[in-house]
Structures are given as C-alpha cells and as structure tokens.
Design a protein around this ligand. Structure first.
Ligand code: 5GP
Length: 179
C-alpha cells in the first residue's frame, strides 16, 4: 500500500501558485531571448514532464518538443554517478536547431553534464539548459543552468514531476520528504 503523501510530507517548499508564477516568467524570458527564432525543447523524462507542459504554454515563439529518457547506473535510486545511459533517444534531429534541455532538478549535475556532452556531438545551433530546481549545494561537476526556476536547499523533494519511488509526481506543489 502506498502511504498517503500527507504522511511523508514534512513541508510544502514551493506552493503551486508560486511555481506557476515563476514558470510564466521563465516562459516570457525564453520567448524574448528567442524572438524571431524557432525553438526545440527537449524534456528529460520523467521528472521534467509537468514543467515542460506548463512552460510551453508561456512560450510565444514557434516551439517543438521531444523527449528523452536517461538513467544513471551503478548506484541507488536517489544518487547519481556521472555514468549516464540513454534509455530512450530523441526521435528527431537536433542538428542546426536552437535547443533547450528541460529538467526537473539539477542536483550533483552529472546527468545534465553527460546529456549536454552527448547532444553537443549532434551539432545543434545552440544548446541551453532550463531547470525548474537547482540544488547547487550538492554540485559535483560543472553544469550550466541558463534558465533556473528556484534555488533549493539540500533536501529530498517530491511532487510536480519529481517522484518518491515513482509516486506523487502528480502533486501540484514541491514538497520536502520527512526524514
Ligand atoms: P543529478 O545527476 O544532477 O545528481 O540528478 C538529477 C536527477 O536526480 C534528477 O533529474 C532527478 O531525477 C533526481 N533527483 C535529484 N534530486 C532529487 C530530489 O530531491 N527528489 C527527487 N525526486 N529526485 C531527485
């Protein structure tokens, strides 16, 4: 049986209305930066899904999106190593296109660094990163974030795309797990 989230939630870190307001700001910023251009957003599954679908509603330039799934291996589910494997690749070419990678959270930075390295070899016109959350205290590698939603403390969070053992991605807010 899955416990009700109220039993594992210690606090709501970012309420739904605050999330939505910031996402609208990010969409406006991206729209201004890419005015006159076409954009391709790449969402890293599954955590980035909620963020992508809300973000694109605030982007006004012609925008396509696609999905990729990656996994890090060699460690437990809550840690990342730097060894990243593509589980599901893009279906479209990114060559000569303006690309933004959309992530739920940058933690150690290994995932985003590895994905950027892989995608750079496919020769996009430009490649940037948009992450809803940034847990920069935990960074172990260089991971550029061009569009950042929120800086958060070093706590394990869930909701709004981020899971707790695959559940609770559907919550409209970001919550902190009870320790
Ligand atoms: P990184 O490679 O930057 O260490 O980790 C990135 C991935 O780890 C994220 O895309 C996310 O799936 C997972 N992750 C990192 N911190 C958290 C967290 O606080 N909560 C959840 N649910 N996932 C996290």
């Amino acid at each position: 049986m899955i416990q009700p989230y109220t039993e594992i939630l210690s606090e709501i870190l970012i309420p739904a209305d605050v999330l939505q307001k910031r996402i609208a700001e990010l969409g406006a910023e991206i729209s201004a930066d890419y005015a006159g251009e076409e954009l391709l957003l790449i969402c890293i599954l599954k955590g980035g899904v909620m963020f992508l679908t809300d973000l694109v509603r605030h982007i006004t330039v012609p925008t396509a999106f696609d999905f990729m799934a990656v996994s890090s291996y060699g460690v437990g589910a809550r840690e990342s190593t730097g060894q990243v494997r593509i589980e599901m690749d893009l279906r479209i070419s990114i060559a000569d296109r303006h690309v933004i990678l959309v992530e739920d959270i940058v933690d150690t930075g290994h995932t985003i660094a590895a994905v950027l390295e892989m995608l750079e070899t496919r020769k996009p016109k430009s490649l940037k990163v948009c992450s809803l959350l940034d847990k920069s205290e935990r960074r172990e590698t260089v991971a550029p974030i061009h569009y950042r939603g929120f800086e958060i403390p070093n706590k394990f969070v869930f909701g709004y795309g981020l899971d707790l053992d695959e559940y609770w991605r559907n919550l409209p807010f970001i919550g902190v797990v009870k320790t």
